[in-house]
Design a protein around this ligand. Structure first.
Ligand code: PGA
Length: 262
């Protein structure tokens, strides 16, 4: 069974001092849970301070984006080498980057390849907008985003990739996808595409997170689904108690699933 992976995406929130305080509040509870992988993704400026606090801890530290070039005249951008100096992982293709900053499947692919080459684990975000959902285009959009986003990626590289399915209409709206609808996309659309590209066993081992309005009170029912392997949590990761409650929900679901398999 795949190990759950719950990551917090703090977006453009928290000063360095606030980021340190949040991680200090998270660490004791998260370090007591060993059946769920966890990560936090602060703003770039807070990353070094958070990484220092996480030295020797299981809690991983990620960046929210990365550029693909090694160095040069790219004002405002951060290179894969810079990120890998302090981070374990990086998020690419978040819908806010796509919608507000003009990122495309092509640049997602470049960021992914550059992140992997620098030794980072990469969370690749995909998901349809409300209009696309209502027009019945979810499968087509997800298929295009995965096809172009993962173009040229090998089975070996795929071992360092997590997919985050985040329907855009569910992000920050308080309106999560139903567990059944999210699981349908994971199980019947994303996993088969991963199988086609990377083969059965790699695809089975890859983690597909759900993201979009995950909260302590809907986490367990989402994680109970067969192909939801964790979550990318935005708003609810900004407070220690709600993030810990979501990680605990994953831990409990894992224990229950293992017991029922035994
Ligand atoms: P949300 O954000 O949990 O606040 O909906 C999720 C995300 O954008 O990763």
């Amino acid at each position: 069974m795949r190990k759950f992976f719950v990551a917090g995406n703090w977006k453009m929130n928290k000063t360095i001092a606030e980021s340190r305080a949040l991680v200090q509040a998270l660490l004791p509870d998260l370090e007591a849970i060993d059946n769920v992988d966890t990560a936090v993704c602060p703003s770039y400026l807070a990353v070094p301070a958070v990484a220092e606090l996480c030295l020797g801890a299981e809690l991983k530290v990620g960046a929210q984006n990365v550029h693909w070039e090694e160095s040069g005249a790219f004002t405002g951008a951060v290179s894969p080498q810079m990120v890998s100096e302090v981070c374990d992982l990086v998020i690419v293709g978040h819908s806010e980057r796509r919608q507000l900053f003009g990122e495309t499947d092509e640049t997602v692919n470049k960021r992914l390849k550059a992140g992997l080459a620098a030794g980072l684990e990469v969370i690749v975000c995909i998901g349809e907008t409300l209009e696309e959902n209502e027009a019945g285009q979810t499968e087509a959009v997800v298929t295009r985003q995965l096809g172009e986003g993962l173009a040229g990626i090998s089975e070996t590289q795929a071992a360092s990739i997590t997919i985050a399915y985040e329907p855009v209409w569910a992000i920050g709206t308080g309106r999560a996808a139903t567990p059944e609808d999210a699981n349908h996309v994971h199980k019947d659309v994303i996993r088969p595409l991963l199988k086609k590209q990377f083969g059965q066993s790699r695809a089975e081992a890859m983690r597909i997170q759900y993201g979009g309005s995950i909260k302590p009170d809907n986490a367990a029912e989402l994680f109970a689904m067969s192909d939801i392997d964790g979550g990318l949590v935005g708003g609810a990761s900004l407070k220690a108690d709600s993030f810990v409650a979501i990680v605990k929900a994953a831990s409990m679901v894992d224990i229950i699933k293992k017991e029922s398999e035994a």
